[in-house]
Design a protein around this ligand. Structure first.
Ligand code: NAD
Length: 475
């Protein structure tokens, strides 16, 4: 049994759930505790009690703890990556890569907490000095999605601790294993009791309790638009600080002058790797008419060469969909796309492998319009729409015609168009001749419009959310 971690102790939950491998549903990874509201309240009380002392702790203690955590993650990234791939279904190289990223994030924030700056200014009034400093926010509730089981928890936990906050983390129900392993490492890093707490359990129970409790000063959430809207309302309703990262319908524009092979690679990588289950996935591929037939033919050929199979097997390019419900959602959208008149040019079929898993071949729709539901709603699977564009201006207009604004990409050989696109794409992240998914860990991450709400995550910009600004006057 994998227990919750509350106030420096491992504790049973009110119940437990099995963690199932989506590549092989007969493989039970383990049983994981489920907290109830009462256990969540105990953890909140512990975090609130630990916050004043931890908030005034020296930065060296925090830097040392984060560095130790990062070093152990990096030393064990193969093992942690294997666990991640086994519970979530991304391929082993992708899982190991994600675990390595989590380690690098802890190492980054171990140093970043030493660089937190303030300002000292002369007052407009004589004989008075003004100081602007950053202090911890206090107790931070973290609510994570299933698609990056260790990286997203890491990029929220590491800055929260670095800047002197206490943490309550609730991982997604489908992937408790990676966060449990991370919590086990954190539990040995020398943090005072109550500073870090793990609460595995249901969103409507653990998550809702975190949202409703006034002792939780800030909520950092990543997940779907529907839940995100609910989280925003609850947090704002009681004036808690809130940061929300949600979905995307990210465009990849391919112009006539693009390097065709690179554009196809960007599309395959961005649309279908990690089984398309990335908020930054390029689910709309907008292609200028002159290159449209050649691009679609080359993309189909590339897709035909991919291996869909067990995430842990060598040679697998695309693992399974995460669970039965997500698979049904993907298949439902494939039916919707056909009914809307799009051409299913490749894949979209459920396939069998040696083990019982949620395998789906990558689905490529062509002849799509930007008005179709498959071009407007986040599917969150290996399904992409190819949309024809008359010219660059038309392609840019289509790219921006969405309620989302997370990542936006263009493949072009034209400096003029690349420069214009970087300025005019309505997205938090813009990619030129690289895939829409795949980002660095030391620079800000986040979107605009319906994709994000609140300040940016990651890099030095994380200080905006995880600290509170104080202005002090001294006469
Ligand atoms: P989800 O919204 O279903 O769940 C996210 C988290 O919210 C889970 O931990 C869940 O238990 C919790 N939750 C559910 N109901 C709650 C409630 N009433 N109160 C509090 N918490 C509650 O999302 P998901 O299916 O886990 O993740 C997929 C979504 O996440 C996609 O839409 C994807 O685009 C998005 N995502 C966004 C980013 C980003 O940075 N923009 C990154 C990764 C994933």
């Amino acid at each position: 049994m994998h227990q919750n971690y509350v106030n420096g102790a491992w504790v049973d939950g009110a119940s437990a759930v099995a963690n199932i491998n989506p590549s092989d549903t007969a493989d039970v990874i383990g049983h994981y505790a489920q907290a109830d509201a009462a256990q969540t309240c105990l953890a909140i009380a512990a975090a609130a009690a630990a916050a004043p002392a931890w908030g005034c702790s020296g930065t060296q203690a925090r830097a040392d703890a984060l560095d130790k955590i990062g070093s152990e993650i990096l030393a064990r990234k193969d093992e942690l990556g294997r666990l991640l791939s086994r519970e979530e279904g991304k391929t082993l190289p992708e899982g190991i890569g994600e675990a390595g990223r989590a380690g690098a994030i802890f190492k980054f924030f171990a140093q970043e907490c030493l660089r937190l700056r303030g300002d000292k200014l002369a007052s407009v009034r004589p004989g008075i000095d003004v100081e602007v400093t950053r202090e911890p926010v206090g107790v931070v509730g973290i609510i994570a999605p299933w698609n990056f089981p260790i990286a997203i928890p890491a990029w929220k936990i590491a800055p929260a601790l670095a800047y002197g906050n206490c943490v309550l983390i609730k991982p997604a129900e489908l992937v408790p294993g990676s966060v449990w392993a991370l919590a086990e490492i954190i539990s040995r890093a020398g943090l005072p009791d109550g500073v870090f707490n793990l609460l595995m359990g249901r969103g409507g129970v653990v998550g809702q309790t975190l949202l409703d409790d006034r002792r939780v000063d800030a909520i950092s959430f990543t997940g779907s638009v529907t839940t995100g809207a609910r989280v925003a309302q609850a947090a704002i309703g009681r004036m808690a600080k809130v940061q929300i990262e949600m979905g995307g319908k990210n465009p990849l524009v391919v112009l006539n002058d693009a390097d065709l092979a690179n554009a196809v690679n960007c599309a395959v990588q961005g649309s279908f790797f990690s089984t398309g289950q990335r908020c930054t996935a390029s689910s709309r591929i907008i292609v200028e008419k002159g290159v449209y037939p050649a691009f679609v033919a080359a993309l189909k050929e590339k897709l035909a060469g991919l291996n869909i199979g067990d995430a842990l097997k060598a040679g697998t390019d695309i693992g399974p969909v995460v669970d039965a419900a997500q698979l049904e959602q993907d298949l439902q959208y494939i039916r919707i796309g056909r009914d809307e008149g799009a051409t299913l040019a490749f894949g979209g079929q459920r396939v069998r492998r040696d083990t019982e898993g949620f395998y789906l071949t990558p689905a490529l729709f062509t002849d799509c319009s930007n008005d179709m539901r498959i071009s407007r709603e986040e599917i969150f699977g290996p399904v992409a729409s190819v949309i024809p564009a008359d010219n660059y201006e038309h392609a840019l207009a289509l790219a921006n015609d969405t309620e989302f604004g997370l990542s936006s990409g263009i493949c072009t050989g034209s400096l003029k168009h690349a420069t214009h696109f970087k300025r005019h794409a309505q997205a938090g992240m813009v990619m030129v001749n690289v895939a829409t998914a795949g980002v660095d860990y030391h620079v800000p991450f986040g979107g605009r419009k319906g994709s994000s709400y609140g300040s940016r995550e990651q890099g030095s910009y994380a200080a905006e959310f995880f600290t509170s600004v104080k202005t002090a006057y001294c006469g």
